[in-house]
Design a protein around this ligand. Structure first.
Ligand code: NAD
Length: 485
């Protein structure tokens, strides 16, 4: 009997149907390097079919015409089904991308449940409100944006899907999801969950495919909005393609975030948070990772020693082992990318304090040792470019102004953290950091708050009420002024 999770059909418009082409995607385990899954590779012909169905369901179907409350009932059933089966989902994600179960249960599966929950909580605000205008009353309405193409990455596949699917469905949109080819199995799993929850036909299609099919989907004239999470390069290509039809875009892209330790930072708080925000966050394959740690020169040696010890003590290995903190990289290519940056860091004159290669005894699977670089300066490539793995830079600063300047001296602006014994002092510094999220004395992605990037980290926000608002168009209905009596 084969252990491979196999699909031979595509989920188009609510039905499992024959794919237009014959090509398949093979999912390869990052642990064993063996094939663990196989699905059809969607082609432009499948995109045409899915978009036509989504267009028809949006223009003529019941879904956008139901009340918010009725849609919320279906979305709640989807959320509850994911919650009830979250362990199965976490295992499926881990099978494909090697995310340690320690992270996968909370950071992959339960965080997706959380994204559905915050969208449902935001749904309670009214769809129409009337306000006094300059020439009479105005009815301000929110209309669903239309047919949504959701394009997602492999690192946190279900969280990035949920951040798009939940608000899009609640708003009344129809959705074509194109998951990353590294993680098609959890996307297909979700298709079944949605169908079982009673999502009407035509509302959702799932098209696992590579970037060519993605590019075709983005450029499709019947798509009204593209919601994308992934790399900066792909984000730019998507925005350029969307410009042709003035398709709306939201982009959640990469990061190179700073953890600023102020001179009074408590290392008992800061060190676990930095570990939690780097190596322990999906083995460092996280857009929000705190990959630049900024330390006052006066405390550099103390912090370097503490972080070196913490990194060196992390358990690296099989992600299915519940005690593993750092698993393999998703692909051989991603492992090679990390090793190449480690080589570059050495060449640039940074000092490897711990790690710096492939862990001993783990030659099968795509592992990288938790690596801490000391003596890093902010002009080095390892401090400027997103590495996407357990590779972290330690930088010195003299004054708080310099620390803020270093944090902001980045093409990215996604996340960050500030540590101090005085939370108010840390909050003042947080206000000066030009990123979409900053955490005081910790590492957190709070789904109740708007999440997104400044600068090259993206455009738009997901999660929280702002994440739902992104799936509406406003319509102003100018009402007649009351007759003067
Ligand atoms: P990627 O950009 O290579 O691919 C992401 C998705 O886009 C995949 O589904 C891919 O097939 C598709 N794609 C690529 N080029 C496309 C194009 N021209 N048109 C349409 N679709 C296209 O990224 P990845 O390697 O899968 O993911 C890692 C990146 O994602 C990192 O840069 C990471 O920081 C970023 N990320 C950001 C967030 C966030 O919320 N800001 C969250 C997770 C990951």
């Amino acid at each position: 009997m084969s252990d491979i999770v196999e699909h031979d059909t595509l989920f188009i418009a609510g039905q499992w149907v024959e794919p237009a082409g014959t090509e398949t995607i093979e999912v390869v385990s990052p642990v064993t390097e063996q094939v663990v899954g196989r699905v059809p590779h969607a082609t432009p012909a499948d995109v045409d079919k899915a978009v036509a169905a989504a267009r028809a369901a949006f223009d003529h179907g019941p879904w956008p015409r139901l009340s918010l409350v009725e849609r919320a009932e279906v979305v709640t059933r989807i959320k509850d089904a994911i919650a009830a089966r979250h362990r199965e989902l976490a295992e499926l994600v881990t099978l494909q991308n090697g995310s340690p179960m320690l992270f996968s249960v909370r950071g992959q599966a339960l965080s997706a449940v959380g994204a559905f929950a915050v969208a449902l909580a935001a749904e309670r605000f009214s769809q129409e409100d009337e306000r006094p205008g300059t020439g009479g009353p105005v009815l301000v309405r929110r209309e669903p944006v239309g047919v949504v193409a959701a394009i997602t990455p492999w690192n946190v596949p279900q969280l990035t899907i949920a951040g798009k699917l939940a608000p899009a469905l609640l708003a009344g949109c129809t959705v074509i999801l194109k998951p990353s080819p590294e993680t098609p199995l959890d996307a297909n799993w979700l298709a079944d969950v949605c169908a079982e929850a009673g999502l009407p036909d035509g509302v959702l299609s799932v098209l696992p495919a590579g970037r060519e099919t993605g590019a075709y989907l983005v450029a499709h004239p019947d798509v009204d909005k593209v919601a994308f999470t992934g790399s900066v390069a792909a984000g730019k290509a998507i925005m350029a393609a969307a410009a042709e039809n003035l398709t709306r875009v939201s982009l959640e892209l990469g990061g190179k975030s700073a953890a600023i330790l102020l001179d009074d930072a408590d290392l008992a708080v800061a060190v676990p948070a930095v570990v939690g925000g780097t190596c322990a966050a999906n083995s460092g394959q996280a857009c929000v990772a705190l990959t630049r740690v900024l330390v006052p020169a006066s405390r550099y040696d103390e912090v370097a020693t503490a972080l070196t010890g913490a990194f060196a003590g992390l358990k690296v290995g099989d992600p299915a082992d519940p005690t593993t903190v750092v698993g393999p990289m998703v692909t051989r290519q991603q492992q090679e990318r990390n090793l190449e940056y480690i080589r570059i860091g050495r060449e640039e004159g940074a000092k490897v304090l711990t790690g710096g290669g492939v862990p001993e005894g783990l030659s099968t699977g795509w592992y990288v040792s938790p690596t801490l670089f000391g003596d890093v300066t902010n002009d080095m490539r390892i401090a400027r470019e997103e590495i996407f793995g357990p590779v972290v830079c330690l930088l010195r600063y003299e004054t708080v102004d310099e620390a803020v300047a270093l944090a902001n001296d980045s093409a990215f602006g996604l996340s960050g953290a500030v540590f101090s014994a005085d939370p108010e002092r840390a909050t003042e510094v947080a206000r000066r950091v030009r990123t979409g999220t900053v955490t005081v004395n910790g590492f957190r992605l709070d789904l109740a708050a708007p999440f997104g990037g400044f600068k090259n980290s993206g455009i738009g926000r997901e999660f929280g009420p702002e994440g739902l608002a992104a799936y509406f168009e406003y319509q102003a209905v100018n009402l007649p002024a009351p007759n003067p009596s």
